[in-house]
Design a protein around this ligand. Structure first.
Ligand SMILES: [Cu+2]
Length: 381
């Protein structure tokens, strides 16, 4: 990539840095380039070993058993001020902390800096032509940012739960085992299922009691980007992680635009604060693309607030909402994803560099000690 062109800050004397030297080569990603692109003006700041973990509002993340959104927001607001005096940090401290967190993010791109990865694709078995998945609901601990494990609820031990990939018109069965200490249910968000498979306790089924199992069966449709999640005590259960992606491939190829990579961007705003795919910056995964690649992003909001997701330097070509193809795709660079919505967009990676990719409600993304929460980057090499 054009590193000279992108190098916006003077060389930093890395012998003074408290961030560990790269254990692994990161082809094509130069930390100073990244800092120049994203953090800006960090040149010359001496690092003082401020870690992101130290700055995380752990009181909100781990104290409350319900980890309510309002509690999180209050803490975010109190620490999210841009008032330098109020933050108690000097300008140099803010720069050093910001730079250290970007370094952690780049470390994470090479080798995960937190335990656990959500939204991995779930294997299935085929029984008499039916695609059968198994989900177990469990109380777990989930590491949202380095060193902060929060009380969570996961399907198969991860947040978001495993991604279910199915095909429009081909029947599926999902066996759900409840190992929580409270009842639950699973709703197939966006699917036109038979009423008795819709997963709403006392409306379409009894709740799945602790220790019990429940089997759902339906034929997927419509195609597109959908979700599954708890529909019982959902503020707590979905907030703490009982959610996942349900990807329905169209029966007819050509029903969706072509793409080279299929990427999830699942938002939540309760467990551990503001997260993308179950992690907060700097533990969010970077997206990567080769020059000219077509990336499909599936934005999904499982949280309780709207999140306008902004991509620097590149363009969204939005082609579907809630799985339904738009009559006229449109271009934008900021897509507002409301709770429950899914938006599908193609990004043509035609502009090399490291591009910040974040929620543009700034208190969900940046504060005096640097970026946090709903921040990642798209790296075009
Ligand atoms: Cu947001």
């Amino acid at each position: 990539m054009g590193t000279e062109r992108l190098l916006l800050v003077p060389d930093i004397d890395e012998t003074e840095t408290a961030v560990p030297e790269d254990p692994i080569d990161r082809p094509g990603v130069d930390r100073r380039v990244f800092i120049g692109m994203v953090a800006g003006g960090a040149g010359g700041a001496a690092l003082v070993g401020v870690t992101a973990a130290a700055a995380w509002p752990s009181s909100a993340a781990s104290e409350s058993s319900s980890a309510s959104a309002s509690t999180t927001t209050m803490v975010m607001d109190s620490s999210g001020t841009t008032d330098m005096a109020g933050s108690g940090m000097s300008d140099a401290d803010m720069n050093a902390s910001s730079e250290a967190k970007v370094g952690q993010f780049l470390d994470n791109a090479a080798s995960p800096i937190t335990a656990g990865q959500g939204a991995t694709e779930l294997e299935w078995r085929t029984v008499n032509g039916v695609r059968v998945f198994e989900l177990t609901c469990e109380e777990i601990e989930w590491e949202v940012i380095p060193g902060e494990r929060v009380a969570a609820m996961g399907y198969n031990g991860i947040v978001p739960g495993p991604t279910l990939r199915v095909v429009e018109g081909e029947p599926v069965r999902v066996v759900v085992r409840n190992e929580l200490t409270q009842s639950t249910s699973v709703h197939w968000h966006g699917q036109r299922v038979p009423n008795d498979q819709d997963g709403v306790p006392y409306i379409t089924q009894p709740p799945i009691l602790p220790g019990e199992s429940y089997t759902y069966e339906f034929t997927p449709g419509p195609f597109g980007s959908h979700m599954y999640h708890s529909h019982h005590n959902a503020t707590e259960q979905v907030g703490k992680g009982l959610l996942g992606a349900l990807l329905v491939e169209p029966a007819e190829r050509g029903s969706e635009p072509p793409y080279d990579k299929d990427e999830l961007y699942i938002l939540n705003d309760t467990l551990g604060g503001f997260t993308i795919n179950g992690k907060g910056f700097p533990a969010t995964a970077a997206y990567t693309a080769g020059l000219g690649d077509r990336l499909r992003f599936r934005f999904m909001n499982e949280g309780q607030m709207v999140h306008p997701i902004h991509l620097h330097g590149l363009t969204f070509e939005v082609f579907a909402r809630d799985g339904y193809p738009l009559p006229q795709p449109f271009r934008c660079d900021t897509i507002t994803v409301a709770p429950g919505e899914r938006w599908d967009a193609i990004v043509v990676a035609d502009n090399p560099g490291v591009w910040a990719f974040h929620c543009h409600i700034l208190s969900h993304a940046e504060r005096p000690d640097g970026m946090f929460g709903m921040v990642t980057a798209l790296i075009v090499e």
